[in-house]
Each structure stands twice: as C-alpha cells, then as structure tokens.
Design a binder for this molecule. Structure first.
Ligand code: PGA
Length: 241
C-alpha cells in the first residue's frame, strides 16, 4: 500500500486526477470504478479541466459507479446518477452509454448482475474510493461479514446523518442503497482511496493501523496488492508518521 499525504485538498485532487488520467492514457478503453460524495468532486473538476485542454480523452472509457440510493430516480437531485452527470460526465467526452450507475430500483438479482456486467467489460482497472466516517467503502457499512457482490444494504444512522447535508431533511435520506460488495471492490486491479478533512481522521487511523475486520470495512484494503491512499494533512492527523 502506498500512502501519500498532501498539504491540502487541491494538491490531493491534482494528484488523484493525474493518476486516473495516467491510467486512461496508458489504456484508452480503461474501465474505471467511480465514487460520489464531497471528496471526489474536486478530482472530477480537475479531470474535466484536463479533458477540456485535450490532455486526456475519455472517448473509449467505460465507468461503473459504486452505489446508488434505493428509490431515487436517475434525475432526482440527490441521485448518484445525477451527481455523476453534473460533476463529471457532462464535462468530458465520454459516451453516456459507457457510464453505469446501479439502478436505485434494482432487486437482489439485478444488483448481482452488476458484477457480471463489470466482469464482461473486462473488470475494473482502477477503483476510486472515499471512506465514510464509520469506515464504509461504497455503502458497505460496518457488519459481521465482508459482503461479496453488489447488493442492497440498510444504511446506518451515522451514514444517513452524514449524508443529510445533501437533503432538505434527515427523513428524506433513503434508508437503503445498492452498493458494490467488498468482493466486487477487491477484484479491481488497482484501488485509489482518497480522504480529506479532520472528520475522516479516526476512520483513516483505524483503516491503516487497526485490525482487518468487517466492523471497519476499509481495513480489508490491506489485503489488496495494489492500493494507493491519498490523504490531506487533516485526514492523516491521527497517524504516526
Ligand atoms: P464524502 O463521502 O466524500 O461525502 O465524505 C465519502 C463516503 O461516505 O464514502
């Protein structure tokens, strides 16, 4: 695992975008696993800038997102499909048909078929991840077991509270989501986890220094051969350098 600590969010975003762009330059039809939330937004802005300047083209890239809220239409203001369109896809030369976000109306069988689609596309070359304050990756919440395939999850109160900032009221935050499983994520050839801000510091510490346990889902990443972690100073605050 390679861990990089950046002085601020901007420098982290440039480095993360450079890594993603580098993979696409090497392999123009790369399969990217993408994430939503506040942390990746500056990375997507930087990628859009690079595409605009002609530094990188996404014309042949295929993307698979980690998760979607159950019950939200693709055009709902808080749906992750809408987030991806607004934050990235509308600003780069990607073919919309090559972009995939799990359906918020998937049943268990449709959710599991998402893994088959990813495999049929050749598997994920790079999976981008954020981390939840409770250590979740995707919407894999702390649990008794590591989940395997894409599945429907019950969101914890702490995740619903953390994401309530995007909704008018806490009651509006969906109670379930469709999420790639830990098994899906671990099959990616490379993983890039990004975390910024002090409120991620204890999850980052437990991910890197604690036991490997499904109670801290991100801890499983120590078992993956090709993981890069990019942190800003605030998120790295509790690590022993
Ligand atoms: P955030 O979400 O980037 O909005 O903090 C990260 C996550 O919950 O995985």
């Amino acid at each position: 695992m390679n861990i990089y600590i950046h002085p601020n969010e901007e420098s982290l975003a440039s480095a993360a975008a450079a890594m993603i762009a580098g993979i696409v330059m090497e392999k123009p039809d790369a399969v990217l696993g993408l994430a939503t939330g506040s942390t990746p937004a500056p990375v997507y802005r930087e990628l859009a800038r690079m595409a605009h300047r002609g530094i990188v083209s996404f014309a042949q890239v295929r993307t698979y997102n980690l998760d979607e809220y159950v019950g939200l239409n693709p055009d709902h203001p808080q749906s992750y499909r809408r987030y991806m369109n607004e934050q990235l896809f509308d600003h780069i030369d990607i073919d919309p048909a090559n972009t995939h976000v799990p359906s918020g109306f998937a049943d268990a069988g449709m959710a599991a078929a998402y893994d088959e689609e990813i495999q049929a596309a050749g598997g994920i070359d790079l999976q981008l991840l954020g981390i939840g304050r409770n250590g979740h990756i995707g919407f894999n919440e702390p649990a008794g077991d590591f989940s395997r395939l894409t599945h429907i999850v019950d969101l914890t109160d702490s995740t619903r509270q953390a994401n309530a900032r995007f909704f008018d009221r806490l009651e509006d935050v969906p109670r379930q989501a469709v999420s790639m499983g830990i098994g899906t994520i671990m099959q990616a050839r490379r993983i890039l986890l990004i975390a910024t801000g002090e409120d991620k510091a204890s999850a980052v510490r437990d991910m890197l220094n604690g036991a490997i346990t499904p109670r801290m889902p991100a801890s499983v990443l120590s078992l993956h051969r090709h993981v890069t972690v990019m942190l800003d100073n605030d998120a790295a605050r509790l690590l022993n350098h």
